[in-house]
Design a protein. Structure first.
Length: 122
């Protein structure tokens, strides 16, 4: 059964760049919101210490996720000034295009491809 796709990325925020990171996020969110209308959900969650961030994305389908990934290499390159990747999780069936976009970080990706049941109210 096809279902929505959930993509979660986990990062450590470089200790000397925390404030700069959150300033960049504040600028980036309105731009992404406007540029990625098929991204249903994108929220940033920070740990209690304020040193790690998890970014949760939800897409209605794989095509919406692929559209979100357009330009991701440039966004990732800019973000790596502030972040160190810890890991990535994908819930749903990724496309080859998504896998290619992960590039060098694909070794940190856990894929849970089969959606069996559920509901949402988004």
């Amino acid at each position: 059964m096809a279902g929505p796709i959930v993509y979660v990325s986990h990062f450590r925020i470089k200790s000397d760049r925390i404030d700069e990171w959150w300033n960049q996020v504040a600028e980036m969110i309105p731009e992404l919101d406007a540029a990625k209308p098929r991204t249903a959900f994108q929220h940033f969650y920070v740990d209690e210490a304020g040193t790690s961030v998890s970014i949760v994305h939800v897409f209605a389908d794989a095509e919406a996720m692929d559209l979100h990934m357009e330009g991701a290499s440039d966004r990732s390159r800019a973000a790596m000034e502030f972040l160190e990747p810890i890991g990535f999780e994908l819930y749903g069936q990724p496309t080859d295009r998504f896998k290619a976009a992960m590039g060098d970080m694909s070794s940190l990706l856990q894929i849970h491809p089969t959606h069996n049941a559920g509901f949402d109210r988004l």
